[in-house]
Design a protein around this ligand. Structure first.
Ligand SMILES: Nc1ncnc2c1ncn2[C@@H]1O[C@H](COP(=O)(O)OP(=O)(O)OP(=O)(O)O)[C@@H](O)[C@H]1O
Ligand SMILES: [Mg+2]
Length: 249
């Protein structure tokens, strides 16, 4: 009996070039992701990891190739697709005098579904509080986002992505500002969501934080995917590379 796996994301020969640049930041990328997979994306600075996530999320136009998410062509359905993806960006610049509260920011996660003019309902506010509670930041709800610490802001961004109840979760260095206890907490939340079927792609330099139920690691370098490996294969590649070239970690 063959087990039918449903494809949720398919990237075919995709290259992305930033405006004003000549060299593609990612080149001829091919990647197929099935529903419920948990995939880590690793590689040195400048490898193209963030560019890949932003391309998938429809934030960067690609010059070549095709991307299908939820069976839809990304080029034609960017907004619709984005409303079903939770994205935690690597760099979120927040001005110290930003007027939005942490709660406002979490509620913004819902606007893709609500539309810009719609006011959040009590139900939406309850949902936002529930996710903030899950991350242990409900006490920060009324504080202006710009007055929070880097780690607190990162948790707010994770809460914003989760409040959306996404079908794909894209996390770019989600642990970088977190203390060890918070990191454990976020890892266990992600693991739990993935156990319940949430397709998750995580970019990290922190190989130690790789969740044990991760079965697939994509290694990028110089804009290309150079390995799409199982956890054991990846471990061998890491050992080899740190021993011989110090290139990945
Ligand atoms: N806004 C931009 N304009 C022009 N080039 C860019 C821009 N952002 C990134 N690049 C280039 O694209 C390439 C890939 O960058 P990207 O940010 O995707 O790397 P990364 O793997 O996420 O690196 P890091 O580990 O440092 O986050 C790099 O060569 C980088 O210089
Ligand atoms: Mg990056």
């Amino acid at each position: 009996m063959s087990i039918h796996k449903e494809v949720i994301l398919k990237i075919e020969n995709v290259s992305t070039v930033y405006e004003g640049e000549r060299k593609p930041a990612i080149k001829d990328i091919n990647l197929t992701v099935n529903v419920g997979e948990l995939i880590y994306i690793v590689g040195p600075n400048g490898a193209g990891k963030t560019t890949l996530l932003e391309t998938i999320n429809g934030l960067l136009p690609y010059i070549k190739g095709r991307v299908f998410v939820f069976g839809m062509d990304l080029q034609k359905n960017g907004r619709k697709i984005r409303s079903r993806i939770g994205y935690v960006p690597q760099d979120f610049m927040v001005e110290p005098d930003e007027p939005f509260t942490a709660l406002d920011v979490v509620l913004m996660g819902l606007y893709g579904k609500l539309g810009l003019i719609a006011k959040p309902t009590n139900n939406d506010v309850d949902k936002a509080y529930r996710v903030m509670k899950l991350l242990g930041i409900e006490d920060l709800a009324k504080r202006p986002i710009g007055k929070l610490s880097g780690g607190q802001q990162q948790k707010v961004m994770i809460a914003r992505a989760l409040a959306k109840e996404p079908e794909i979760l894209l996390l770019d260095e989600p642990f970088s500002n977190l203390d060890p206890k918070s990191r454990e907490m976020v890892i266990s939340i992600i693991k739990n969501l993935n156990d319940h079927g949430l397709t998750t792609l995580i970019v990290t330099h922190d190989i130690k934080s790789i969740i044990e139920n991760c079965r697939r690691i994509v290694i990028m370098m110089d804009g290309r995917i150079i390995a799409d490996a199982s956890m054991n294969e990846a471990k061998r590649i890491f050992e080899y590379s740190t021993f011989h070239t110090h290139v990945y970690l």
